[in-house]
Ligand binder design. Structure first.
Ligand SMILES: Nc1ncnc2c1ncn2[C@@H]1O[C@H](COP(=O)(O)OP(=O)(O)OP(=O)(O)O)[C@@H](O)[C@H]1O
Length: 253
């Protein structure tokens, strides 16, 4: 792929106090792909995701997002940050829906905050996104507490795509779901990628999801990126640590 990556990380270093989490991460995300970011618990996936979505500043290195560079030393201005954020959607692990708002109000919120569209049009656009995520129209008037786990994920996804993002970040999209519902969310992500020409970065522990929908996988470990490649390539990788991660059943007892 010769096109400029939609997202490029160069030499990312992250620390909490003295504790080093990332000791130099280089990673590119290409337009249109689904990239899964995997690694053991505590390997720094969420920290890296937060840096990608501008919620955390790395201690060193550079992030190029939609061709715009910023780094540990040169923060981008508030206005540039807001315009970059508008081009990204995020599905948080907890879904992070507002409990006091209905599904429709949750999905409409980014449109109300970031556009000056009339209320009736915002409502129509929100209903379209609710439909796109496979929720029945009558779910629009329900509150998050009245939804199943799978429906909550769909509502949160509808909100994440409310502003027609180019880049969608998913933090553990299948967490808390049974395997059938988790596969249904995978299927939905594939459909949305196609329908909306999305690029997707997905943090996950779920190897079935990686196999099912990821074009490429990036494996974090020991503060570094241990390997990137297709799920099949990483399963037969020359580094035994990488192979073991992708073939957990073959781990020596
Ligand atoms: N705000 C924080 N302050 C201090 N340490 C933190 C903070 N956030 C995360 N950490 C630590 O940094 C390390 C990496 O955390 P992170 O959540 O990025 O890993 P992860 O790979 O997403 O983990 P998991 O798979 O368990 O969710 C962990 O050891 C965690 O305890």
């Amino acid at each position: 792929m010769s096109e400029t990556p939609i997202l490029r990380l160069t030499g990312i270093e992250s620390r909490y106090g003295e504790r080093v989490i990332h000791a130099g991460i280089d990673l590119e995300v290409h337009r249109g792909e689904i990239l899964a970011l995997v690694g053991g618990s505590g390997s720094g996936k969420t920290t890296l995701l937060r840096e990608m979505i501008l919620l955390r500043q790395p201690e060193a290195g550079e992030i190029e997002l939609f061709g715009q560079r910023h780094g540990a030393r040169d923060r981008i201005g508030m206005e540039a940050e807001i315009s970059l954020r508008r081009r990204m959607g995020v599905l948080f692990q907890s879904s992070a829906l507002f409990g006091g708002l209905t599904v429709l109000e949750n999905v409409a919120l980014p449109l109300t905050e970031h556009t000056r569209l009339p209320t009736s049009l915002i409502r129509q656009l929100a209903m379209l996104k609710i439909d796109l995520t496979g929720l029945p129209p009558e779910s629009a008037s329900l509150y998050p507490s009245e939804l199943s786990g799978g429906m909550r994920k769909r509502a949160a996804l509808a909100r994440a795509i409310a502003l027609d993002p180019e880049l969608l970040f998913l933090d553990e999209p299948g967490s808390g779901l049974d395997p059938v519902s988790a596969r249904a969310i995978d299927h939905l992500v594939l459909g949305l990628r196609k329908a909306l020409a999305l690029t997707v970065v997905m943090v996950t522990h779920d190897l079935a999801s990686v196999d099912g929908i990821a074009d490429r996988v990036a494996l974090l470990g020991g503060g570094r990126l241990l390997a990137t490649g297709s799920p099949a390539a990483l399963r037969s990788h020359q580094n035994p640590e990488v192979r073991t991660f992708f073939n957990p059943k073959e781990m020596p007892a």
